[in-house]
Design a protein around this ligand. Structure first.
Ligand SMILES: [Zn+2]
Length: 357
């Protein structure tokens, strides 16, 4: 997911996690905490949005582009939080050996086609603490040709204490107001594989989906004014989206009548759906070509979720299942759509995307 253009996954659970477990350094900021003008100005001068800054990173093998965030990146993240009004002040964090091994293994186990694609576009995965979310993905400017590379920042404290299914369940529950009569459980790993490494791999695959979309005809670049750009040049977005009313800033899906609850589907913050709508939302989702519920929330996350669920279930042969219970009885099971007709055109797009490069 993206916060402003970047992802904000887990501020809700951060509050429950203790920080301070890892080595860190703080940097002095030249702007006051509430001085957005100063922060905007300095942010625009940051070297980290320039390709020249990442030259040496791109010379390394992709699995070596991982480590504590460099000072210039930490400064940029702090300025960006000031501009965005976030209280968090990110600091560089050195990952402990066991955590670094999980990240390295998560990348090493990705399919070769995926590793080949990301080696051209991923400047690296960098660790901080107090980010204000689980992670952050942003693009690097590349002159007149537009962005075609980017970097990922992860909050080490948030990621280091969860496992795959607990994280997926927390995420998939977030659009629903808590109700003791209804429960939703998500499974993305079999019990013997339900560990931190696989949680990191799933989160990374979503972010890598955002990175791989850069410079492609997938959807308009994030950060551009929404709903003003025609989707004609973006064959992936055209499979599910259309320009909405010009008075609204957002695109709309092609399934608004079959999926009326889509507009009430909000992840992470401000749940709008009630527990008794859980099964109905997933019934409606099955009338669309969105592979997951989160995919239905925006063009960008449609691609990121399509990418992660395809790589995870089809290429890596892992599970993806949502189970909904009412008074302890199962009332709905939702599974990956890639073998179903409804997702066939998206599957074809992804297979071409992964194969041709
Ligand atoms: Zn995303």
């Amino acid at each position: 997911m993206l916060r402003n253009f970047k992802l904000i996954l887990a501020a809700l659970i951060i509050a429950g996690l203790q920080s301070g477990a890892f080595a860190q350094t703080s940097i002095a900021l030249p702007c006051q905490n509430d001085d957005k003008k100063c922060a905007t100005e300095l942010r625009s001068q940051s070297p980290i949005k320039k390709m020249s800054y990442w030259k040496s990173a791109f010379k390394k093998p992709v699995e070596k582009r991982v480590g504590s965030a460099p000072d210039e990146l930490v400064a940029y993240l702090n300025l960006d939080n000031i501009v965005g009004g976030f209280a968090n002040r990110p600091q560089a964090a050195t990952p402990p050996e066991d955590f670094l091994k999980d990240v390295n293994d998560a990348i090493a186990e990705l399919p070769e086609q995926v590793k080949r694609l990301i080696s051209k576009k991923l400047a690296g995965i960098y660790f901080v603490k107090d980010l204000g979310g689980t992670g952050y993905t942003d693009f690097i400017n590349k002159g007149i040709f537009g962005p075609n590379a980017g970097f990922i920042v992860l909050d080490i404290d948030v990621l280091s204490k969860s496992t795959a299914n607990a994280w997926a369940t927390w995420k998939e529950r977030s659009p629903f107001i808590a109700d003791p009569q209804y429960r939703l459980d998500a499974t993305i790993e079999a019990s013997g594989q339900d560990n931190r490494k696989n949680e990191i791999q799933y989160i990374l695959l979503h972010e890598l989906g955002h990175i791989l979309s850069l410079g492609e005809k997938i959807h308009p670049q994030w950060g551009q004014s929404k709903n003003k750009i025609s989707l004609d040049r973006y064959p992936f977005a055209m499979l599910s989206w259309q320009n909405g009313d010009q008075s609204d800033s957002r695109y709309i899906s092609q399934f608004e009548s079959q999926f009326p609850l889509r507009k009430d589907t909000v992840y992470y913050f401000g749940a709008k759906l009630n527990g008794n709508q859980m099964a109905g939302v997933y019934d409606q989702l099955e009338n669309t070509n969105f592979p997951t519920l989160y995919a239905a929330t925006s063009l960008e996350d449609d691609f990121a979720e399509s990418f992660v669920s395809y790589v995870h279930t089809v290429m890596l042969k892992r599970p993806l299942e949502i189970r909904i219970y009412h008074d302890g009885q199962i009332v709905k099971t939702y599974k990956s759509c890639w073998e179903e007709k409804r997702c066939a055109t998206k599957r074809k797009f992804l297979e071409e995307f992964l194969k041709l490069r």
